[in-house]
Design a protein around this ligand. Structure first.
Ligand code: NAD
Ligand code: MG
Length: 297
């Protein structure tokens, strides 16, 4: 394959649908995806933008979070990743990649719908890394439902807890540890602006993440801490093949994009790096869309 950074037509840079049918149970594994997503394992090259930083990435085992974790380590950061117990095999690959950069890696296995675990995972990240100055809220739950009748209270609860409550619990526990210059990056979605009819609860949480982060940014800047949102469009991750879309839609995933393909996780990692790093010093309370041209307004 052509090197990722060689000038080329971006539409043809990565695999296009149709993809093989590949339903997985929630939360899904990156290792079981076909084709394998590019999280930057061999393709992301760092240049010292985060030397010595201490970063926590929730959902850092796979997908967008894995791409951010790999990029952070390549940029010189020590990285803690949080993930579900069933994702240990994906997580071990990320831990090995962080350690291969000579950086400290911290594995935090647990369920973020549990408030006590959210507070504990922050404490463990702080002790394992020796502090905290980059916090990426990225863990997310998305299940496609054909109509409002099919969204059970248990569904609604799981989506709210994972995407909104856990964000609040983790940020609240982390703030006392963040020094001036630290950065919080949350992960919303194009769904905050263009909600799909099948993602009632999910789209609601993503709009909530945008509002929460903009409010948070105003508070935190008083302590010299920035907070921003990344709003992805369609990315090739296990979130989609484990019920985020129907199995039929996964076969065609990205087809409706002007690119004719989904994004690969490594294609969004540079935005997390920018927002986390001091290069993003004047960027606060913003929403960065990475949608393959769909826009977020
Ligand atoms: P992913 O499945 O690879 O990552 C999501 C991660 O969330 C999982 O790996 C898991 O570790 C974590 N998670 C979910 N429930 C959890 C729980 N109860 N406890 C602990 N961890 C839990 O998929 P992804 O697409 O990389 O998702 C990352 C973020 O990007 C999510 O917030 C998602 O909503 C957002 N996003 C994704 C897309 C896309 O097309 N893939 C588009 C817009 C936004
Ligand atoms: Mg995962």
């Amino acid at each position: 394959m052509t090197d990722r950074l060689t000038m080329q037509d971006p539409r043809a840079q990565y695999p296009q649908p149709p993809f093989p049918r590949q339903p997985q149970p929630v939360p899904g594994l990156a290792a079981d995806m076909d084709p394998k997503p590019d999280h930057g394992e061999t393709s992301y090259k760092g240049s010292g933008k985060l030397t010595g930083r201490k970063a926590l990435v929730t959902g850092g085992d796979s997908g967008i979070g894995r791409a951010a974790a790999i990029a952070f380590a390549r940029e010189g950061a020590d990285v803690a990743i949080a993930y579900l117990p069933s994702e240990g095999s994906d997580a071990r690959e990320v831990i090995a990649l962080i350690e291969a950069e000579g950086r400290t890696a911290v594995a935090l296995e647990g369920d973020v719908t549990d408030e006590a675990w959210c507070r504990e995972l922050v404490a463990k990240a702080v002790s394992g890394l020796g502090g905290l100055d980059v916090l990426v809220i990225n863990a997310g739950h998305q299940q496609s439902r054909p109509s409002i009748d099919a969204v059970t209270s248990a569904d609604f609860d799981a989506t709210m807890k994972t995407n909104l409550y856990a964000m609040h619990w983790i940020v609240q526990a982390a703030v006392p540890h963040l020094p001036a210059g630290a950065s919080v990056v949350t992960t919303a979605s194009i769904q905050a602006y263009e909600p799909s009819e099948t993602l009632l609860d999910y789209a609601t949480t993503k709009a909530g993440i945008v509002a929460y982060t903009k409010a948070l940014a105003k508070q935190l800047l008083k302590n010299g801490i920035r907070a921003n949102v990344v709003a992805p469009g369609p990315f090739w991750t296990a979130l989609q093949s484990s019920g985020g879309q129907t199995p039929d839609k996964v076969v065609k995933f990205g087809e409706e994009s002007a690119y004719g393909r989904p994004g690969q996780p490594v294609e969004i990692a540079p935005v997390y790096v920018l927002l986390a790093s001091q290069e993003g010093s004047f960027i606060n309370g913003e929403v960065y869309g990475v949608t393959g041209g769909a826009g977020i307004a």
